[in-house]
Design a protein around this ligand. Structure first.
Ligand SMILES: [Zn+2]
Length: 95
């Protein structure tokens, strides 16, 4: 999962930087476009899991719950970084 997270993040970041350079649109506008892309990918994947011949993997979209999960993921990753947990930090040296 970490590799997938890093790969998708890098793809979005690369597309964001290219669009920023090419369009000079405000950064938040481009991030909104990225969010729209995520929403439209969700819709496409959800559609492939509904109807007469849904994908056989077994996942079934639940729009309200899925949107809540997506919004929570966005809020969690956009918020300020959590302060480091001192109890878990490795001791690097001694005074
Ligand atoms: Zn599937």
């Amino acid at each position: 999962m970490e590799a997938a997270r890093a790969g998708i993040r890098q793809a979005v970041l690369t597309a964001f930087c290219a669009a920023l350079q090419d369009t000079r649109l405000p950064p938040l506008t481009l991030i909104e476009l990225a969010a729209q892309a995520v929403g439209s990918v969700y819709r496409e994947v959800a559609d492939a899991h509904c109807g007469d011949q849904p994908c056989p993997c077994g996942w079934r979209p639940r729009l309200a719950a899925d949107l809540a999960a997506l919004q929570a993921a966005l809020a969690l990753s956009a918020g300020p970084a959590a302060p480091p947990d001192l109890a878990r930090m490795a001791v690097l040296g001694r005074a």
